[in-house]
Design a protein around this ligand. Sequence first.
Ligand SMILES: [Zn+2]
Length: 113
Amino acid sequence: MTTAFGSQYTAPLFVMNLDNSMSLLGRMIRAVLWGVVTGGLLSIVRQASDRQMDGAPPRKSPATNRLHRDPVCGTYVSGEISVKLEQAGHIAHFCSTECRERYAQPAARAAGA
Ligand SMILES: [Zn+2]
């Protein structure tokens, strides 16, 4: 009973499996082809959008709006309002003249702290 039931359905199942695997291969080939086609289209669209992005104004803020760290107290201060001290070609920015004086006179800073 069980063997008859099994043999009855083995052959059709095998054919179905073979058929499925064949169509699966076909589907895979089609998927790869579609992947190539859609991938190429997507890259073209992406290139076009990249070009649009280049046309947009840059998001980088002007140098004057950059924040500089006060080396004495650690406050971030805008280059527009900072107290500057040029030292060996490097410009240090301070939040106040007090910080600048402390930086310029390490001995006074040590004494004050
Ligand atoms: Zn400061």
